[in-house]
Design a protein around this ligand. Sequence first.
Ligand SMILES: Cc1cc2nc3c(=O)[nH]c(=O)nc-3n(C[C@H](O)[C@H](O)[C@H](O)COP(=O)(O)OP(=O)(O)OC[C@H]3O[C@@H](n4cnc5c(N)ncnc54)[C@H](O)[C@@H]3O)c2cc1C
Length: 302
Amino acid sequence: MSECLNELKEILTSEVLINEPLSSHTTMKIGGPADILVTPKSVIEVEQIVKIARKYSIPFRAIGRGSNLLVSDKGIRGIVIKISDGLNALSIKDNKVTVGAGHSFIKLATLVAKEGLSGLEFAGGIPGNVGGAVFMNAGAHKSDVSSVLEKALILFDDGNLEWLSCEDLKFSYRSSILQKVRKGICLDVVFNLQPGNREEIIESMQRNKDYRRETQPWNYPCAGSIFRNPLPNYAGQLVEKAGLKGFNLGGAKVSNIHGNFIVNANHATAKDVLDLIDFIKSTIKQRFDIDLHTEVEIIGEI
Ligand SMILES: Cc1cc2nc3c(=O)[nH]c(=O)nc-3n(C[C@H](O)[C@H](O)[C@H](O)COP(=O)(O)OP(=O)(O)OC[C@H]3O[C@@H](n4cnc5c(N)ncnc54)[C@H](O)[C@@H]3O)c2cc1C
């Protein structure tokens, strides 16, 4: 590990963090340490990190803003590559927006709305970065990333760099090829938007944001929806019907406002949240004979 560390320090322009608590890098404010955490500032740096990790057979994983993550209390072994502000270049030409995967998704939606470009109104309240949004096919208000993405630059785990089209990414509900089938790090994205009326676009995005403020908890750390919706049912409604809103285990609590949100109400551990997830799953199975599956990504050493 020490040789790997030295090589990382040589090639990176930013600090190499050791035993870095991931609670500082997740919106839930939960998570044990990453052996190593790096925040690359260019595509070349990401390529070099992956090369070094492969050379020493050290596992690696990209994260963004940690807004869809539940990291275990023991944390993550190997290298965590935080794709963030260093990789946030943005250029707009006609209707095409080329943006680094580390760009904030909310800020991007706001910027393009001001340019009078339509298509990302749904993203105005989705925390996280562009890369995380591609990985998750993030969406809301009946739209998602797949409806506007033209192509994405992916560094695959074997070191190959490739542009994938929207079709290649095989998007479906909160899912992309990057999750299981072909693991890789999203580095750059091209969105194809439509010219529209600036004021109408901004208004529509504001309506979406207002709706969120009324229906979702903003005052506690959380990771958005915990469960995928078992369509045609909605996870939040099932949890509410089962009388579990406000129910807590340790410091983790089902939000009083939205049944599909678990909040870190009082110094919750990952174990508290995992226990609560299991409890909700078994209650919903017993009451409605429906299997819930998590939308939040559960990662790290258990
Ligand atoms: C209050 C709140 C509301 C939310 N509302 C919504 C919503 O309406 N709709 C919705 O879809 N989501 C929602 N989310 C969840 C979350 O914001 C999205 O899933 C977001 O796209 C995750 O982006 P991130 O950068 O935070 O990714 P992270 O949480 O850091 O990572 C999520 C997954 O993506 C992978 N990943 C991250 N970056 C990359 C990259 N560059 N390349 C490859 N893989 C990567 C990680 O390995 C991990 O598996 C909400 C979350 C919160 C806290």
